[in-house]
Design a protein around this ligand. Sequence first.
Ligand code: FRU
Length: 495
Amino acid sequence: TSEELLYRPNYHFTPQKGWMNDPNGMFYLNGTYHLFYQYTPFQNTPDFSKMHWGHAISKDLIQWQELSPAIAYDEKGAIFSGSAVVDKDNTSGFGDGKNIPLVAIFTYHDMKKEQAGEIDAQSQAIAYSLDNGKTWTKYSNNPVLKNPGIKDFRDPKVFWDEKRSQWVMGVAAKDRQHFYGSKNLKDWTFLSEFGKNVGGHGGVWECPDLFPIKVEGTSEEKWVLIVNINPGGPNGGSAAQYFVGDFDGKTFTMDSLFTKQLEKEKVAWLDWGRDNYASVSFNNVPDNKRVIIGWMSNWDYSPDVPTEKWRGSSTIPREVSLKRSKDGYTLINVPVSQLKNCEAKTVRKEISLVYDKKLISKGEIDLSKAVIDVDFKKMTKGIYAFALKNSLGEQVIFGIDNNKQELFIDRTKSGKTDFKNNFADRISKAPLAKNYQNATFKIVLDKTSIEIFFNSGEKVLTEIFFPNENFSELTLSTDTKGSILSLNAHQLNIK
Ligand code: FRU
């Protein structure tokens, strides 16, 4: 259909039909990455009383194959967000001696209770699979963690805490983070609370994720806690923040350098664009890699975006690493290395910048599946503004403002924008600590999305758009002279 041609992403995951939001329960096992997601199969808007976990698999994190929905709602409630673990030692007892049990931990959302105004509509429950995640059996004694009297109590993310030989569950509790521990995934004990007076509190906390990670270039380990928040994002609506600290098996404590950093920055944002929400990581990825994926939308307008058959797509999976400088920590995000394997032809250019330059002309590279690497040298004060354009005069403008010291992305003239008044009512911005003489941009493009990785993933901006014709040109305007730009535009060869 024309909708498919215009808007179905070339390589970002979308379900064939229906509504999708958060990624759920991601793990790797035997050569396959599994992605589950919040899914309403029978309509293109969320039905919070009938949420399922949809299911897709991939060998390379780039090309996905959709399978049938994995877990369906039942009389106890809708299946809200959560995680899944590979229970190698069969601590749960769900194993049959032959197959390793996979255990999914999710939130039951009981719509009847919610509508009756009862506070305990959300509780945590489990299901297991003995066939590589294809079919799931719900535990007969669900829920395994009852509601403690907090209305927003959801999105359990469970991991194996090696040092303490325990399962740890992080769960969002209003605008706090709660931790629970367990030996068998069935009996849970409260460990601690985190989040009072730190980070963003402009909305409820959702979809948390705690994991250990090495500080780049050292052998030191830190713990990163990702907490999604809605609303209250840096440019409005849904977004993801993170904290850096230590975890002793009970309590997450912020690192002292990170504490100082937050006094200045207030919130550490994972992504400054408007469309990266519910970002959490895969369990069990080989080589200790930490890979995250998000829902490429925002609760501000997600049910209104102009696609009919399906709604919602995922971000490109990203590998994260932790960098420390004297000013603080940065959670670096870059597209997973598998994306590079899809690069087919490359166009290279070296350009001395004066005012307006066409970087990519129509037909040179298909900008609906491309990665553009740009390397600036000798930048001065001034604005460097890229524009993705089509023949209708629609455009997405983005780049760096070296006067105001910020990155920006402007989709106000990007095509269909009036489906919701808060979709294109502002220019998204990300502050920079200084102005730059040298800087790089990795720009990941699909039909309806841009993901900008500034300076090798130091700052990221992800946004979606809906032009009336796919963008086919890339230009750069600047009000300065004399900078040098090298461009490597890679066509992606996908499907
Ligand atoms: C986040 C969220 C979660 C919840 C799910 C419901 O986008 O609100 O907190 O579990 O979506 O679909």
